[in-house]
Design a protein around this ligand. Structure first.
Ligand SMILES: [Zn+2]
Length: 268
């Protein structure tokens, strides 16, 4: 059964993490901003509102609904073998994190998927709202992949909720324009993707963009040898964004939504 307080819990974690990260990066910014918040935030916040509405409309069941359905029907690996709750929950969490990591790699490697995903990378500053900046089509595709993974695994409802809340909270954390204290950072990074680790992935250098694909656990990038400790130019010297979309107009909502269908050379 899906717990009744679930939507409120998700909303609370989302707004608390958004507020905390916004405060953190205001108090101790890691990089100077290229644009004031008012240039980027309205579009990034509008996109997440649009994404949320699109998901509600297209997939009212969502991944949790699929988990509940799979449990009732005995569908999926862990339901079929009758795995004990805790092992099914922990393994599902890990497997879902790996699926999201693999999907992220695919969105970089497959050209038509990259067209959808590159909107996320075209943000010209890196802050907590970059975490919200995904094209609605990528969000819809991600949900389809996640629902398929949940059904195949027979992931417990609680595991799916925990995973989605962790992914949401950690994505806000690791897109923050802030840094953990240098003495603490390596220990956290050993397990989780930190802001300094994920920022490398938003570098304008293609080799750096194609590294550090993780959002939650840092293990997958190390395991598959696409881990990069730091940008070549250093955190302070690195440039954020994509080489092809550097005009301020690209930060406008309409340009963001139409970006997948434009050639990079078609400048404003
Ligand atoms: Zn990416």
């Amino acid at each position: 059964m899906i717990p009744g307080g679930e939507p409120a819990l998700r909303a609370t974690v989302f707004f608390a993490a958004l507020g905390a990260m916004a405060l953190w990066e205001a108090l101790a910014p890691r990089l100077p901003r290229s644009f004031p918040r008012r240039t980027r935030w309205p579009s990034n916040l509008a996109v997440v509102a649009l994404d949320t509405l699109a998901l509600r409309f297209l997939f009212p069941l969502a991944a949790v609904g699929v988990a509940e359905w799979a449990a009732m029907r005995g569908v999926g690996l862990f339901n079929a073998v009758g795995a004990p709750f805790w092992s099914a929950a922990v393994l599902s969490f890990l497997a879902l994190d790996f699926v999201v990591w693999g999907q992220h790699v695919a969105f970089h490697r497959i050209p038509w998927l990259w067209r959808l995903h590159r909107m996320h990378h075209a943000d010209l500053d890196y802050d907590v709202t970059t975490a919200l900046r995904f094209h609605p089509l990528e969000i819809a595709l991600s949900m389809l992949i996640k629902m398929a993974a949940v059904a195949a695994l027979g992931a417990p409802v609680e595991s799916v909720i925990a995973f989605e809340i962790a992914l949401n909270g950690l994505a806000l954390f690791n897109h923050a324009n802030a840094g953990l204290p240098p003495r603490v950072e390596p220990f956290v990074r050993w397990l989780l993707v930190t802001p300094d680790m994920h920022r490398v992935h938003h570098s304008v250098e293609p080799a750096e963009t194609n590294s550090n694909f993780g959002f939650n656990l840092s293990v997958w990038d190390r395991l598959f040898r696409v881990y990069r400790a730091a940008p070549a130019a250093g955190q302070a010297g690195m440039e954020i964004g994509l080489p092809d979309f550097r005009e301020e107009g690209e930060l406008r909502l309409d340009r963001m939504l139409t970006q997948p269908w434009r050639e990079p050379a078609a400048r404003l």
